[in-house]
Each structure stands twice: as structure tokens, then as C-alpha cells.
Design a protein around this ligand. Structure first.
Ligand code: IVH
Length: 716
């Protein structure tokens, strides 16, 4: 490929990826499969490898970059980031409207109502249309420079233009019938209508300096998944999406941030210079959207206090369907000139107010505080409650997070407490009704010994400084920990051993049959049959499942070992990068971090784990028991196989195979699947309704095959 060809291909692929990022992360209307996306991305990486000069900070490959920071730099906000006055009362909202009317006598007032997104306020600075600096609100005048973290958020455009983030040119190309299979006609990749940007380009182009403000949040679905993964990796669950978004942005290692399901929604302006920008909030939101930003998904335009109240009520009805948590509505005067004329107090603008919805809460009595011991020895205090109905279910237990939380809220046994459950949040005790205290309520002393085994406990600061300090039982033989480790090893996401659930783990540990996961492989039928409620058949099934588990892929074993911070994702990354357990256990910290998504936290945790003699002997016993220590994930990407070195492009619908299945077969046979046809393509596999890729293959004289030939080639 010549440099000119490479430039053209680079621009094309980068543009396509930006449009697909926009379609997926901003418009939530993906148009290609994950596999096709990955292929495009790999293609771009390959070009950049051969032509490093083509790499710019705006390239989609440059989102996660650089070594972890030692601290965040402070940045001064050119225009302070203010907070909002807020109210829970409709009467106060009406008073607010009257107050503004008094400041603007005789003028017509128009309002915009937006969801109040429960995230973290940030300011993004673009210069020349490119993302330059992003900062937290901080104290309002100075915030932390979290640019590298923000860059990892895929709904944040690295360069501005029409949706897709690479300027209007891309839309024109699509409109003229670009060479993509999926969308034709005058639409963007996400199916959005061609934005105003294309019609009034001069007004819509990004000013030379543009600061936009909004909220970083964690998606509800992402939050649930992340918490499940954290628990599986032996980490403490986050209390709610807001805390986890805050904790994520505080990370100094952008690799960790990149794995967090963060998103960003924009609704305001900071400094703007040299150019034109809208004069009303309503137009601003349209404009931001046309530039490629995600904006609040529903807003209301109102002309009176009555309309405002109706809008607020409607927002309350629909906000449960948003993918972010909202705790209220923000009411803003629409006209920027009116905003400017009434100005702000030292703290908040006079032209806006937040109306907060009361969270779903209930009062009940705290009967007792128990302490649960997890697989990693972490001690979690749990509130045992008088059962109470809240937000659709009966709640008898709620989390008290950690010792610091109980102390900060002065929670005592016998207290009347307020519990809250908002959205995806785990029910939690949020307040104590001090007025209801008799004085006889005993305070809670966190146990200094493990409630399960009596061993000493040690206090530990949260691993990433995002959760409170936690106590851990230091006895690795603690029955609660052993039970947890066995159960985790057998779990579906790890070694997938049927029958190895909570009850089995508890029995095996109770009867002293198993002290670690290697002991599982020495179990005898007669030992199992002797257990309570265990028939010969289920005992036999369990032994058979154990035998099958010996062949499981290495990543499952790695995950199953329950090494702190190594979740399924991290284990897979290691499995893809290293051929065997030996290779992982002898790699140094630096080598470990060359694997995708493996940062310093995981690398160090692994080093610590393997330095422990007990773990070394555990590995040797697993080896002696015949467990598989080689990585199939690694091998399947190897170049061996009948199709080694051959490159394939898939297009259209194949008679029986999905694209994913076809690609998996090609890769398993050593071939490579690419997203676009070039002279280097060896085969185009064409199915029904094959599009422009087929035409291109014909033009270039690339060999075209169907599913049957593909199956023959891959040796099936
Ligand atoms: S406007 C000068 N709009 O709420 C006014 N804020 O309680 C700036 N927030 O600091 C804020 N959604 O972090 C605005 N649609 C929205 C918002 C919003 C959430 C946050 C923001 C602000 C806080 C004030």
C-alpha cells in the first residue's frame, strides 16, 4: 500500500468507526454486528502499525492511552461551573417562576425542562473541533484534569462534526451512496436524519474554542454487570451508579476506566469563542446533538408554571426507562440573553432550578446487624430489618456497606431507619430517625474477630480508593472463605461444574472433605454418598462433572482461582495473550501488562498471589490432578491451520452460518477475517443479498465463494 492509499483507507475506516461509535453509543441504534466492528477496528490498527504517521490523537484507536498518572493536574475553569438551587416543592417552583418574571418585567418567558442526570459534572474543552481537555467540576473554579479518563468514554466525540464526529464530509459521502452495506440514502450510520449541520453549515460548525458541559454517568445495565463482575472478582460492590461513576473517574489508570461502562450526556456551555453558537437552550441542545454529542433524550418546552408542573410529572413517569438514573428535573430559562441579564448569585444561576423527586423510601426497625464473610474474607455488615414493602418488593435485609458507613450515620441496633431503593441500587439504610430513639439502642461494634472462624481481622483501604475501608478475615482457611472459593470455582462463569453450588460447597467444607479446590479432584464416591441428602446418582454426576472440568480452557481456571481483581474479562485477556499457565506465572509485571486490558492493579495482584507458597503448591496439586494448563483461546488465534495467512471478507447472509459462526470457523482454521475488500483479500464469502463488497470483489478479481466452499476450506 502506498502512503496515499493508506491515508485514504485510514480516513475511511476511522470515519466508519466514528460513525458506528456514534450510532452505538450516542444514538443507541447500532447498525453493524460487534464482530464487524471489531474487524474494522483491527483493520485500522493494522494500517496504523504500517503507517505510524497516520495516528492522530483523534483516531478511534487512541482512546485508551498512556501510562497511569501519579496524580491529576488541576485546571482552572475559564467560566466557573456553578451548582443549582434545588427544591422538592411545587409551590417553591411556582415562586421561582414568579421571581424570574419580576426580574424580567413584561417579558415573555420560555422554559426548557431536562432530566437531572445523576452523575458527575464535567467540562469538555474542544479547540479547532478536537477534544483537548476535560475536567471535573471540583470547587467550581478549579477541577481535576481527567482528560485521559474522559477520552475512554465512547459516547464522547474526540472530534466534532456531524454525528459520527468526523465532519460533514462523511455524511455527504453516505448521502451519495457510500460503500457500506447497511445504510443507504440520506441518513447517518445511526439512521438519524441528516442534521441541521448539513443545511446551515456555517452556523453549525464548531467554534474555534468550545467548552461543553454535562454529566458523566454509568449506565444502569452496565452498573449491574460491573457489580456482578466485581463481586465475582472478590471486590466490593458499588452502592449505586453514581458512586461507581465517581470512583471510575478517580482512577489514575485509564485502562481501568476504559473497562467501566461510562457514558456522557451534554447540556450546557462554558467558554465559547470565534464562531457562532445558538442563543437559546433549546437550540443549544439541537446544535450539540448535530455536533455529535449525546444530549438528554427527552426535554420539554414550556411557557408557564402549569406547563412546567405537567412536564415534571411526565418526566417522573418516563425517567425509569432512561439508561441513567435521574433524581429530578432541571428547569432552565430558554433565552440566553435573558439568562445573561438576570445573572447568578455567588453559587447558582438565577435562571435555573432543580426540582428533585423524592426517592422511594420506607421506614422500618433495624432488628440486628449481622456480618457476612465473603470469599475473599471481606466482612460486610448487613441490616436485618422488620420486613417492609418498598418499590415493588418486600425488603428484609439491606446493606450497611462498611464500618465507616455505620459510624458516619451513627446507626444503632433497634433504631427506626429509613431505607431507600432507587433504580438499580441495592436496598440501603440511608438514615436514622433520631427522634424515635429511646436511648436504649446499643451501638454496633464491628467484630475484631471473624464471626465465622474467630480469626483476627485486618482493616484494608478499598483497593481503588472508591469504596470505604473494609475489614477482612486474615485466615485463608476460614470456612466461609473456603466455601466461597469452592462455590466460585464450580460456578457457571468459571469451571462450570454442575452440582457444585452453595449447598454442596457447604457440606464438603463442613465435613472436612475439601479445604481447597484441588481437594475436589481427590473426592471419592463413597465420601460423597455419605453426605446428607446425597444419592449415588447425584454423587456420580458430580464426580463426572469434576472430571470434565479438567479439560476446561485456561481462562476459566484462572478466573476460578478467585485471585483478587481477576474477573472473567481479565482472565480471558490473559488467556488470549499467553499460551499457558506457566507463561502467565513467570511473566513479570511489565510483560503481564502487555496483555489487553491488564493494568497495574491486576498485574500486581497476580504477582502477589503467585508469590504465596500455598498458592504455588495449589497449582502443583491441580497439575498433578491432570487439569488443563494450556490456553485454547491463545491457540485459536494462532497462525496454524489450513487457512494460515489467508484473508477473508464476509458479506450477505449465508444459508446456515451466522457471521460470527463463519468467522469463528475461519479463525479456528488459522485464517483472518477482515471488514473490507482489497487486493490483499484472498476470498470473499458471499451469501444472499451481498452488497457492495461483492461488487468490489468482482472488480478486483478476488475469488468469491459460498458457504459450501467455505466449509470445505475450513475442513468441515
Ligand atoms: S445545568 C449553571 N442541567 O446537577 C447550571 N445540571 O445540582 C449548571 N445536572 O452541577 C447545571 N443534570 O452536575 C444542569 N440537565 C442538567 C443537569 C445538571 C444534572 C447536575 C450538574 C449540576 C448539578 C446541580
Amino acid at each position: 500500500m502506498t502512503l496515499t492509499e493508506a491515508q485514504a483507507r485510514h480516513a475511511q475506516f476511522a470515519g466508519e468507526i466514528r460513525r458506528h461509535d456514534h450510532a452505538y453509543y450516542v444514538a443507541a441504534k447500532p447498525v453493524i454486528s460487534d464482530l464487524d466492528y471489531d474487524l474494522l477496528y483491527k483493520e485500522l490498527q493494522a494500517i496504523e502499525k504500517d503507517f505510524p504517521d497516520l495516528v492522530t490523537p483523534e483516531s478511534p484507536t487512541q482512546r485508551v492511552g498512556g501510562a497511569p498518572l501519579s496524580e491529576f493536574k488541576s485546571v482552572r475553569h475559564a467560566i466557573p461551573m456553578m451548582s443549582l438551587d434545588n427544591t422538592y416543592s411545587q409551590a417553591e417552583l411556582q415562586e421561582f417562576v414568579q421571581r424570574v418574571q419580576k426580574l424580567l418585567p413584561g417579558e415573555t418567558l420560555e422554559w426548557v425542562v431536562e432530566p437531572k442526570v445523576d452523575g458527575l459534572a464535567v467540562s469538555l474543552r474542544y479547540e479547532g473541533g478536537n477534544f483537548l481537555v476535560g475536567a471535573t467540576r471540583g470547587d467550581g473554579t478549579h477541577g481535576d484534569d481527567i482528560t485521559t479518563n474522559l477520552r475512554t468514554i465512547r459516547s464522547l466525540p474526540l472530534s466534532l462534526g456531524a454525528p459520527g464526529g468526523d465532519g460533514q464530509a462523511s455524511h455527504r459521502r453516505n448521502a451519495a451512496g457510500g460503500d457500506r452495506d447497511v445504510v443507504g440514502g440520506p441518513e447517518t450510520a445511526c439512521g438519524c436524519p441528516v442534521p441541521v449541520a448539513d443545511r446551515e453549515a456555517d452556523q453549525m460548525a464548531a467554534p474555534a474554542v468550545l467548552e461543553v458541559r454535562g454529566e458523566v454517568y454509568m449506565t444502569r445495565s452496565g452498573f449491574e454487570k460491573l457489580n456482578a463482575e466485581r463481586v465475582a472478582a472478590g471486590e466490593e460492590a458499588f452502592a449505586n451508579p453514581r458512586n461507581s461513576a465517581a470512583g471510575s473517574l478517580k482512577q489514575l489508570d485509564p485502562k481501568i476506566v476504559a473497562q467501566r461502562p461510562l457514558a456522557i450526556v451534554l447540556y450546557g456551555l462554558g467558554q465559547v469563542a470565534e464562531g457562532r453558537w445558538p442563543g437559546t437552550q433549546q437550540a443549544l441542545l439541537e446544535w450539540l446533538k448535530a455536533l455529535g454529542f449525546k444530549t438528554p433524550e427527552r426535554t420539554w418546552f414550556c411557557r408557564s408554571a402549569e406547563e412546567l408542573l405537567a412536564a415534571i410529572a411526565e418526566l417522573d413517569q418516563v425517567r425509569g426507562g432512561f439508561n441513567y438514573e435521574t433524581d429530578g428535573a432541571v428547569i432552565k430559562l430558554n433565552d440566553f440573553d435573558q439568562q445573561r441579564r438576570i445573572g447568578a448569585t455567588t453559587k447558582a444561576p438565577r435562571w435555573a432550578i432543580a426540582y428533585k423527586y423524592a426517592a422511594e423510601q420506607a421506614r422500618t426497625r433495624l432488628k440486628a446487624i449481622t456480618v457476612q464473610v465473603g470469599r475473599t474474607g471481606a466482612l460486610t455488615p448487613v441490616a436485618e430489618l422488620e420486613p417492609v414493602f418498598l418499590a415493588g418488593s418486600t425488603i428484609g435485609r439491606a446493606t450497611l456497606h462498611n464500618e465507616d458507613y455505620i459510624r458516619a450515620k451513627d446507626i444503632r441496633i433497634g433504631d427506626m431507619v429509613v431505607i431507600e431503593k432507587a433504580g438499580e441500587v441495592i436496598p440501603a439504610v440511608v438514615a436514622v430517625e433520631l427522634a424515635a430513639r429511646t436511648g436504649a439502642e446499643p451501638g454496633f461494634t464491628f467484630p475484631t474477630a471473624c464471626p465465622e472462624c474467630g480469626a483476627a481481622t485486618a482493616k484494608e483501604t478499598g483497593p481503588d480508593d472508591t469504596t470505604g475501608a473494609i475489614w477482612r478475615c486474615v485466615n485463608r482457611e476460614c470456612p466461609a472463605q473456603v466455601r466461597g472459593r469452592i462455590e466460585h470455582w464450580c460456578s457457571r462463569g468459571a469451571m462450570d461444574i454442575e452440582g457444585g453450588g452453595e449447598v454442596m460447597a457447604a457440606q464438603l467444607v463442613k465435613h472436612g472433605l475439601v479445604r481447597d479446590v484441588a481437594d475436589l479432584y481427590a473426592l471419592k464416591l463413597e465420601q460423597l454418598v455419605a453426605l446428607e441428602r446425597m444419592g449415588e446418582k447425584s454423587a456420580g454426576n458430580f464426580l463426572a462433572a469434576l472430571a470434565v472440568s479438567k479439560t476446561r480452557d485456561l481462562w476459566r481456571l484462572l478466573f476460578g482461582l478467585g485471585i483478587l481483581h481477576i474477573g472473567a474479562g481479565g482472565a480471558k485477556s490473559l488467556g488470549r495473550h499467553f499460551p499457558s499457565l506457566e507463561a502467565i506465572l513467570t511473566a513479570d509485571e511489565e510483560a503481564l501488562q502487555t496483555a489487553d486490558d491488564i493494568g497495574v492493579v491486576i498485574a500486581q495482584s497476580l504477582l502477589e498471589w503467585r508469590a504465596d507458597g500455598a498458592n504455588q503448591s495449589l497449582i502443583e496439586r491441580l497439575r498433578a490432578a491432570g487439569l488443563n494448563f494450556t490456553s485454547q483461546l491463545y491457540q485459536s488465534q494462532g497462525a496454524a491451520g489450513p487457512l494460515a495467512g489467508k484473508s477473508f471478507v464476509l458479506t450477505g447472509t449465508l444459508p446456515t452460518l451466522t457471521r460470527e459462526a463463519a468467522a469463528a470457523r475461519i479463525e479456528a482454521a488459522g485464517g483472518r477475517v477482515s471488514g473490507s475488500v482489497s487486493k490483499k483479500t484472498d476470498y470473499v464469502v458471499a451469501g444472499a443479498e451481498a452488497g457492495s463488497k461483492l461488487e468490489k470483489a468482482q472488480k478486483l478479481g478476488v475469488k468469491i465463494i459460498g458457504e459450501t466452499e467455505l466449509l470445505e476450506l475450513t475442513g468441515v
